[in-house]
Every structure is written in C-alpha cells, then in structure tokens.
Design a protein around this ligand. Structure first.
Ligand code: PLP
Length: 281
C-alpha cells in the first residue's frame, strides 16, 4: 500500500508525522475526499477547485498546480490498484515551533492515501435514520478544515442513538449533516440551505443541482426549519461517500410514510448514470 507524502509515492509504513506539525497541534489545515469508481477519480476537478478555495481562505499555500495534483492522485490510485473507494488528501501549514500565529517559514505538509470503500447500495435502497443535533460549530463551515470537533460530536450523538447521520440546526434553521448536506422535498420542490458560511458547499450537492437541471426537478437554495423538516414529503442527504441517501426516520419518527421518496429515487438513478458514464469515458 502506497501513499503520497509531499509529492513522493512511498510505502504507507514509512510515513510519519512531526509532533509539531500544525495540522496535528492546531488542526491548521484542509482536506478533501474524492470518490474513485472503477479506478477513476469522480468529479475531482470540483473537489480540487474547492481545495484551492479553502486554501485561499486560510492563506495556506498549495505548491502544486491542479494538473500536478491530479497526476499525483491518479498515480496513487494506480499504484494501489484501487477500484472502488476514496482518496483522502490533506494539506497542513507544516512544521514549526508551537505558536498560534502563522510561522514565518514552513512548508505545507501534503499527504494523500487511498481506502477501499464500497458504494452503500443497501442503505441507499432502504434509507437511513437520523437524529437532530444543535449546530455548535464555528462560523466558517464553508472551509473544509481539519477542525472537525463539532462534526465529531454530532456524529457521535447519531451513533449513540443508532442513527446514520446527525442533522444539525442553528436554532430553528436546518444547516447540514455532520458530514453531508441535507435536502427536503416539499410539494415537488427540492430545498437545501444556501451555500453561505454556515455550510460546506458539497460537491455531491452541486452534482444534484446539475441533475435537477437536466431532469426538470425544481429546486431552491433556501433555508428551511426543523418544523419543515419534520413535515417534509422526503428528506435526503448527500456526500461523496454516501452519495444520495434517503433519510426515512428522524429522532425515531418516520419521514412521511417511512420509505424513500420518488424524487430521491429519480436523483439516485440519474447519479448512477453519471457514475457509469465515467467508466465508459
Ligand atoms: N458537509 C460537511 C460538513 C461535510 O463534511 C461534507 C463532506 O463529507 C459534506 C457536507 C458533503 O460534501 P461532499 O458532497 O463534497 O462530500
């Protein structure tokens, strides 16, 4: 098993982290998770574009062009003969004596590795349970930063309650999942929180908008409330690893009739076609 460390492909067991790496001490870094289907990176341009945006917002330097980065990720996937899974990549502000402010000199630490991961087909067919959790995170959720404690605590609450995901809300407003975006369907219209500082603008979320355009499914980027969520015709979440996942139970109460809805199914089918188009390309 290989990984990429600062531009070099090495054996996984040979990589190490400096105890004064700012990612390790402060969570001072950013990351991405890119899906691999049939050995090919899925929507990697969108992921890398978001990575550069996250870097810019934190004045973090990425010493590679998008083409160089893509080539490194493709070489990694090939070296590990990965078919279905993910590539995880992260950049930190590097190694420096521990002080909160940015160091005057340090080189970013770049790590990328792969992990096998099947598509969650069974869950996507049946739907999953969710719990509500107050959104206690900071006000820059648009940055895909390594600081994930709020998300960690929310997901822990879900797991402790036998649920797959936590749906976070700031007061009455539903924001997003602990590691996903959340949508509802009301009267045939798909709604999700707008891409402000309060959510991560998910790549799968953006793929869903593209599908809506092609399939003629009306959608609006508009905040909705916990009450709207409870009264929704359909609830779904999206993420790179979970794809388009129906939520059929929230806090132990069924969503509508407790089965995945028609619009969710239509989105899933169109998403499937995008995945299959990748391997045909
Ligand atoms: N929101 C949060 C907080 C996330 O961590 C993620 C990613 O896992 C998402 C949304 C979904 O984003 P994407 O579709 O790019 O995976």
């Amino acid at each position: 098993e290989k990984l990429v460390l600062n531009g070099t492909l090495i054996d996984r067991g040979e990589a190490s982290v400096d105890i004064e790496d700012r990612g390790y001490q402060f969570g001072d870094g950013i990351y991405e998770v890119v899906r691999v289907y049939g050995g090919r990176l899925f929507t990697s341009e969108m992921h890398l574009k978001r990575l550069y945006q996250s870097a810019e917002k934190l004045s973090l330097h990425i010493p590679y062009t998008m083409e160089q980065l893509t080539a490194q990720l493709e070489a990694l996937v090939a070296a590990n003969r990965l078919d279905t899974g993910i590539v995880y990549l992260q950049f930190t502000r590097g190694v420096a004596k521990r002080k909160h402010h940015f160091p005057e000199t340090s080189e970013t630490t770049f790590v990328a590795y792969t992990s096998e991961m099947e598509r969650p087909l069974e869950k996507m067919r049946k739907g999953v349970k969710a719990v509500l959790a107050e959104d206690i995170r900071w006000l820059r959720c648009d940055i895909k930063s390594l600081n994930l404690l709020g998300n960690v605590l929310a997901k822990q609450k879900a797991v402790e309650n036998g649920a797959y995901e936590a749906i976070q809300h700031r007061g009455e407003t539903v924001t997003e999942g602990s590691s996903s975006n959340v949508f509802i369907v009301k009267d045939g219209v798909l709604l999700t929180h707008p891409a402000t500082n309060l959510i991560l603008n998910g790549i799968t979320r953006q793929v869903v908008f593209g599908i809506c355009g092609k399939e003629g499914i009306p959608f609006r980027e508009e905040p909705f409330t916990v009450a709207d969520l409870r009264a929704a015709d359909e609830v779904l979440m999206t993420s790179t690893t979970s794809e388009i996942m129906p939520i059929v139970d929230i806090d132990g109460k069924p969503v509508a009739d407790g089965t995945p809805g028609a619009i969710t199914l239509k989105l899933q089918q169109a998403f499937d076609r995008e995945i299959h188009a990748l391997s045909a390309a």
